[in-house]
Design a protein around this ligand. Structure first.
Ligand code: PGA
Length: 246
């Protein structure tokens, strides 16, 4: 299982990060990998501190080129040089606030893989889309559009994050998570001939709901926003993973 923390534009204190590092072996002993994705400017510092630890450091976005005249952007190769081993792409906040399309996410995913980064591609429907009965169609379209069929399934991770569950305290029901993850699982098998891509759930995952969510079929971990800023909450989520699930 993978529990990935998305700090967004927040910085947890170094004390909290130190606690995460200190307790990462507890999670590892349960077969749970921890990944922390801080804002760009903290990557290098956290990666240095995490050296030799089982906890990995990732970024929240990257460009599709290795270098060039792209003001304000950071390339996947630069992220790797900073010590990141993973990157989140196509998060709904990027899709809505920065108008990122499936096509752009697909280009970024290929570039991230070229740089050797594990690539977490996010998909998920809005509340209006779910209410209109379009959730499955939207997620299928995002999957097909955001994952080029030349992508290497090794190193790919998909995160299902219903937009209405992000930062709202509302989570999808375990039935809805199960059916969406099942749909994504079969979509990935068709598109990339792989049944081994981890599928994370994201959207208001907290210590109180983690064990229920992480026990659902085809849930390979969680992408955690708010609760990843506090070491106790982040670790409690990791330790809620059912034993023996990878
Ligand atoms: P949340 O965010 O856990 O605060 O809902 C999840 C995410 O946006 O990845």
């Amino acid at each position: 299982m993978l529990i990935a923390g998305n700090w967004k534009m927040n910085a947890a204190s170094m004390e909290e990060f130190g606690k995460m590092l200190a307790r990462a072996p507890e999670a590892a002993a349960k077969g749970v990998d921890l990944l922390v994705c801080p804002p760009f400017v903290l990557l290098h510092r956290l990666a240095e501190q995490a050296q030799g630890s089982v906890l990995e450091i990732g970024a929240q976005d990257s460009h599709y080129e290795d270098e060039g005249a792209f003001t304000g952007n950071v390339s996947p190769r630069m992220l790797a040089d900073s010590g990141a081993t993973a990157v989140i792409l196509g998060h709904s906040e990027r899709r809505s606030d920065h108008r990122e399309s499936d096509e752009l996410v697909a280009k970024k995913a290929l570039a991230a893989q070229r740089a050797g980064l594990r690539t977490i591609v996010c998909v998920g429907e809005s509340e209006e889309e779910r209410d209109a009965g379009e959730a499955e169609a939207v997620v299928t379209r995002q999957l097909i559009g955001s994952l080029p069929d030349t992508l290497d399934p090794a190193g790919l991770i998909v995160a299902y994050e219903p937009v209405w569950a992000i930062g709202t305290g509302r989570t999808a029901s375990t039935d809805d998570i199960g059916s969406m993850h099942g749909l994504i699982r079969s979509g990935l098998a068709r598109r990339l001939s792989s049944r081994a891509v981890p599928i994370l759930y994201g959207g208001s995952v907290k210590p109180a709901n983690a064990s229920q969510i992480l026990s659902v079929d085809n849930v390979g971990g969680a992408l955690v926003g708010g609760a990843s800023l506090k070491a106790d909450d982040f670790l409690a989520i990791a330790l809620a993973a059912p034993d023996g699930r990878r």
